[in-house]
Design a protein around this ligand. Sequence first.
Ligand code: ADP
Length: 360
Amino acid sequence: MTAATPVVELAGVSRRYGNVVALDAVSLTVARGELLAVVGPSGCGKTTLLQVVAGLTAPDAGSVRIVDRVVVDGDVWVPPERRRVGVVFQDHALFPHLTVADNVAFGVPRGRGRAARRDEALDLVRLRHLVDRYPHELSGGEQQRVALARALAPAPEVVLLDEPFSSLDANLRTDLRQQTAAVLRAAGTTAIFVTHDQTEALSIGGRVAVLRAGRVEQCAEPETVFHAPTTRFAATFLGEADMVRGTARAGIADTPVGRLPVDDRLSGAVDVMVRPHEVAMVAAADGDARVERVEFRGATVLHVLALDAGLHLRCEIAHERQLPVGTRVRVTVDAGHPFAAFPTDPPVGVVIADATVSAT
Ligand code: ADP
């Protein structure tokens, strides 16, 4: 085993529930110390993926390796308690009748060093002062930190986190996700984190795997999946995106909003992905668009622009630059990097014409 050997490796993992394909030939690796965020809509297979790694569900096909041990593959089956995996669930799942100290020590083998491991884990989440409390005497955020300490105390090879912040309010979520990422980094722990929340995945994942209907659509650094999505689904799931029809040639797409740089391997009809923060506008009586709708978002304002060319674009700008509905504007689009673009689907009419020909 070399330093580059992944701590977790899934190869061709599939799992069905009746007719539902929860996981469809999923292959993923997680490097030592890496935090992999798995993001996708409800029902795309995120929880099933964690359960397969933890040993709470057996896959129908494929294998999982944790460090140098295959934990599931055909007849091979290592039970969950011997996989060296820590799990943090959505609802924290603390033992209500145990104190914080006993909850955290729960998975650590009895013997010398147990108390030290417990205290070390509590220090990581900065909760040593609450050791004697019971779960019902803690806030939601504190319970989540205890659950993280409990998962870390036995020094697992990998920690799996299943939507750990979804029961918390927005401000607490933001704080806790940064704290959790910092704790995992400080402990040097390898982790897989699943969430349906794009911002959460992008802000704490070292890499982000986009899961859709049991398949990994893209797995890359946050900046790459956001700015250079490889599928339309990844493009629209990870943030607001409008598609602008154009014609690509030699790295440039000609569109109604100008000549936009795109991947030079594209040619012909394409849809270019434009995100609202890449759209700028200035009020101009002889402009090419009109403000159709305005949505106040706090620090920013979203303007829905109706272009004379017959398409809509969203433009998100600082709130102090808000323009009233009806204002004529001139629109410019600039990303500072090539735009993601996707070959345009063949028009439906072509298929119908073919069907008609073959039917006669
Ligand atoms: P996610 O965590 O992304 O919401 P899940 O992994 O929980 O998705 O579920 C994936 C799919 O498998 C869903 O369609 C879900 O209804 C189905 N599923 C999950 N667990 C079971 C189960 N125990 N029995 C039947 N269907 C299940």
